[in-house]
Design a binder for this molecule. Structure first.
Ligand code: NAP
Length: 270
């Protein structure tokens, strides 16, 4: 049986790789003997992550780039060259709060990082994978992508876009040897999640470790069009899916309002 590196090597590109889920994907890929191009705008954290992997024997390059910029996908692909076997499109801009309070520049940057750049990356990387007859693409979506989700309206919509792109390509490319997977994490302990100051409750009850999300995603690549990591998240998804859609959206909104009340402080219990 072909090893993971035989299927998806020699080089994986991971965006948003400095911390959180991206760094977890990088560690898990290094453990599977895949070389890495780690992409992020946070130079210091990116170098720290690369140094850690390098000292463990991985082959790592880094690229500091603002993924909101119009040329970002081209810069990433130029740096990666012809050896890409796997793209993990992970970077995203989160925003929690009233949609009306999100300013236009913030909305457009979110759209660029969460949708525009991933679209161009996928479009540029796929021809090489298809020509080689093997490889993979992982697009990070979110459990918030499945139905309307108050306080993250625009973010959730960008995540729905990633889910549908991934699942559509999974089927469209199924005879090419190229695997595509959409990943829908629930709340996961990352710097991005913690910086939103969630309050302990239903939304944080199933808080996952990023390493577990990355491992489950890489194990599922090639097996399914999409994945909700974690049994508890799959159960809460099944429960919400059993409700009338309006009731499910309102229930989700109630959970969001309890998790993110106005004037909240970081919750030390998380
Ligand atoms: N954590 C969760 O609970 C959760 C749940 C569902 C889905 N997800 C998805 O999982 C993925 C990873 O989330 P995470 O929580 O690990 O995120 P995170 O902790 O916020 O880390 C994201 C990384 O991407 C970088 N990044 C953001 N904007 C960038 C830009 N314009 N250019 C270059 N790099 C940029 C960030 O840099 P800065 O620190 O400088 O911003 C950071 O290093 C995202 O797609 C997210 O939507 C997360």
């Amino acid at each position: 049986m072909a090893s993971f590196a035989d299927r998806y090597g020699p080089l994986a590109v991971v965006t948003g790789a400095a911390v959180g889920m991206g760094a977890a994907f990088a560690r898990e890929l290094a453990a599977r003997d895949v070389e890495l191009l780690l992409v992020d705008r946070d130079e210091r954290a990116l170098e720290a992550c690369a140094l850690e992997l390098d000292s463990d024997g991985a082959t790592v390059q880094t690229l500091v780039v603002d993924l909101a910029s119009p040329d970002a996908a081209g810069e990433v692909c130029d740096a990666a060259g012809d050896d890409v076997g796997l793209l993990v499109s992970n970077a995203a801009i989160g925003y929690v709060g009233s949609f009306l309070d999100q300013d236009t520049d913030g909305l457009l940057a979110q759209l660029a990082v969460n949708c525009r750049t991933p679209l161009l990356l996928v479009h540029r990387v796929l021809p090489g994978l298809v020509a080689r007859g093997r490889g993979g693409v992982i697009l990070l979506s979110s459990l918030s992508a499945v139905r309307g989700s108050a306080l993250v309206a625009s973010y959730a919509a960008t995540k729905a876009w990633n889910l549908i792109l991934a699942e559509s390509l999974w089927d469209e490319l199924r005879d090419t040897g190229v695997d595509v997977l959409g990943v829908l994490p629930g709340t996961t302990r990352t710097p991005g999640l913690l910086s939103s100051s969630p309050q302990a409750g239903l939304a944080t009850a199933n808080l996952m470790d990023p390493a577990d999300v990355a491992r489950e995603a890489l194990d599922t690549l090639g097996q399914a069009p999409s994945l909700i990591p974690g049994e508890a998240n799959r159960e809460s998804h099944a429960f919400l899916s059993s409700l009338d859609r309006a009731e499910a959206i309102r229930t989700m909104g109630d959970v969001m309002r309890a998790t993110y009340p106005p004037d909240r402080e970081p919750d030390p219990s998380i």
